[in-house]
Design a binder for this molecule. Structure first.
Ligand SMILES: [Mg+2]
Length: 207
């Protein structure tokens, strides 16, 4: 019943808790190839290759081998991984919102389309990332939002369903897939609006 406050809060990662910019990776990687920054960025961000890597049938090494073949990248996997993953920055109001929910004792989860290079980098560089009750990651589940399999994996891991779940994501198709399962949802457009929406659901006192 949607008039009850949700009992867990599920966060998308990119553009919800962490900002990211693939053009940073494009520039650094392109410097080790004969391709332009934009071509490398497009290759990384929009190719079916990233989809395969982030849905798990492909290992980090296989991903790197295909990138090297397609771009002529001259460095090694460690160098590539550093460039590829170092594209994130914290969104401070959202990190604070998450911390406030933790202080209220509300369980929180990460629900992300991502890959192991990114997660390794994020674990090492962003302490807030340790403070969740669980992580539902596309490359581990073998499914990407908005595909139903990853939503089912979240429900199985948390033991929660329907309106017990509050879910924040910046992509309309992902949010809609959650709403279709009866989850309470917030389409994030800006952090202040997300904060107010969480307050209106009764999870936090107005700041
Ligand atoms: Mg996102």
């Amino acid at each position: 019943m949607s008039f009850l406050p949700p009992s867990i809060v599920v966060f998308d990662l990119g553009k919800v808790l962490l900002d990211f910019d693939y053009s940073i990776a494009g520039r650094r990687i392109a410097a080790c190839t004969n391709m332009s920054d934009d071509d490398v960025k497009r290759f990384l961000n929009q190719s079916p290759l990233l989809y395969r890597y982030e849905t798990g049938p492909m290992t980090r090494q296989e991903f790197f081998d295909e990138v090297r073949q397609a771009t002529g990248f001259r460095g090694d996997l460690a160098e590539f991984g550093g460039f590829f993953a170092d594209i994130f920055s914290e969104m401070p109001p959202m990190i604070a919102l998450h911390a406030a929910l933790r202080r209220q004792g509300i369980p929180t989860y990460i629900f992300s389309n991502t890959n192991d290079l990114a997660i390794e980098h994020i674990r090492r560089n962003f302490p807030f990332f340790a403070n969740f009750d669980g992580y539902i990651l596309s490359y581990e589940v073998g499914s990407m939002k908005p595909d139903s399999k990853i939503y089912e994996a979240l429900e199985a891991l948390t033991g929660k369903r329907g309106a017990e779940i509050l879910y924040l994501d910046d992509r309309p198709e992902n949010v809609e897939a959650g709403a279709a399962r009866g989850w309470q949802v917030i389409l994030q457009t800006d952090p202040d609006q997300s904060r107010r929406a969480v307050e209106q659901l009764g999870l936090l006192a107005p700041a």
